[in-house]
Design a protein around this ligand. Structure first.
Ligand code: NAD
Ligand code: GLY
Length: 365
């Protein structure tokens, strides 16, 4: 199979996303070709490091890098400033210089925290993403949104800071828990709905989508290439979310509200996005923006992936409506929804009333 390379065409900081089976073993040589200094610090958590850390370090050393590592505990609750502080201590200890490189090896939590730490250490040192969860491969590792959580809210502290390279080794997905795989698939379905009708069709044609081992290697490659290309296309046109990039938030408005109201413990981020996409699709039908058949097709895909499609029991509609007002995307007091218009296209609307939201949610109990 080919080893695709996708370019993120940013005027200031262009970079490549390389998708390569066993690419982990070529991490060092890839980085060397980009002239990324002599020292490299790998950042990861024990879950991922125990499985892939040795190979990554060996690849760095084989290419001549002086390699060290910093680990912080696994879990969203450790995407905090304390973990960044721990990184600063390790960076000081290892005498990382401006020309040194930080490598994030892990899911979106590791990538987001590491990117922020790299953006701020010595006012910015080189940063490489080696995403190991499906969600991080197709979304979090691309586009330069980095950050950590504040006790009052997710991702409140952060910076736009682009990596110098994203290296995706699909083989590491074999150890990803099935539930995490499905959560990543929610973002893949998102790209199919808002950007890439052909991807949507390929997902519809697949017999099963709820486990990695049910996907052919060819379909997995298509999923990775097309999703990364979609994200690269959008980010290249609107790096700092002045307009177009907001469509990547499809499913995230109601999704975030439900995620937050269930205490960030009941649902994975991707599961909440799946629920949010069902809600946004119902709103689009109510606004006559897209037809019921498209709503059914999207629902069938989400169900085939084994993602939840209903509002979890105990989550109150009033609480969802109230929570929407605290969404980061609220502008001049109006909630902005990303709504699909046809398979592969979406628009942004701030004309959604509370009544429309309630009616959409009523269809999802
Ligand atoms: P995660 O980083 O918590 O990873 C999920 C779990 O899978 C963790 O326990 C992790 O250790 C484990 N894991 C990862 N790779 C593995 C592998 N190959 N084998 C075995 N276990 C593995 O969660 P996530 O879904 O990857 O990322 C979610 C985070 O990403 C959230 O904090 C979210 O805010 C952020 N995010 C950021 C962006 C962005 O643009 N920066 C976009 C989407 C999400
Ligand atoms: N995950 C949304 C974005 O990167 O803009």
């Amino acid at each position: 199979m080919t080893q695709p390379v996708i370019r993120v065409n940013l005027p200031q900081d262009p970079y490549e996303i390389a998708i390569a089976s066993d690419g982990l073993d070529r991490l060092g040589s890839w980085m060397k070709s980009l002239d990324l200094g002599k020292k490299a610090m790998l950042v990861s958590n024990p879950t991922v490091f125990d499985r892939y850390g040795k190979r990554a370090i060996a690849a760095l050393e084989a290419a001549g890098f002086e390699a060290s590592h910093y680990l912080f505990p696994d879990g969203e609750e450790y995407k905090t400033f304390d973990s960044v502080r721990g990184f600063y201590d390790a960076a000081l200890n290892e005498k990382l210089e401006r020309s040194s490189t930080v490598v994030a090896l892990g899911g979106g939590v590791v990538g987001d925290m590491t990117g922020f730490a790299a953006a701020t250490w010595l006012r910015g040192i080189h940063f490489v993403q080696v995403p190991t969860s499906l969600l991080a491969m197709v979304d979090a590792s691309i586009g330069g949104k980095t950050g950590v959580n504040h006790p009052q809210g997710k991702n409140l502290i952060g910076a736009f800071y682009q990596p110098r390279l994203v290296l995706i080794d699909p083989n590491v997905l074999k150890t990803l828990p099935d539930r995490e795989f499905r959560a990543g698939m929610a973002e893949v379905i998102k790209y199919g709905v808002i950007w890439d009708a052909e991807l949507f069709g390929q997902l519809e044609s697949a017999a099963k989508l709820d486990r990695l081992d049910q996907l052919s290697p060819e379909l997995l490659q298509e999923i990775l290439v097309r999703s990364c290309q979609a994200k690269a296309d959008v980010v290249s046109r609107d790096e700092k979310e002045a307009g177009l990039r907001a469509i990547l938030n499809y499913g995230h408005t109601i999704g975030h509200a439900v995620e937050s109201l269930t205490g960030y413990t009941e649902l994975l981020h991707g599961e909440a996005v799946g629920i949010g996409m069902v809600a946004a699709s119902r709103l689009a039908v109510a606004m006559d923006l897209w037809d019921r058949r498209c709503d059914d097709r999207q629902l069938a895909l989400i169900e085939k992936t084994g993602l939840p499609t209903r509002i979890p029991q105990g989550v109150d509609f009033d609480a969802i409506v109230a929570k929407l007002q605290t969404d980061k995307k609220v502008k001049d007091g109006r909630v902005r929804f990303v709504l699909p218009t046809e398979i592969g296209r979406a628009t942004i609307s701030d004309r959604i009333t509370e009544d429309l939201v309630r009616s959409a949610l009523e269809t999802m109990c």
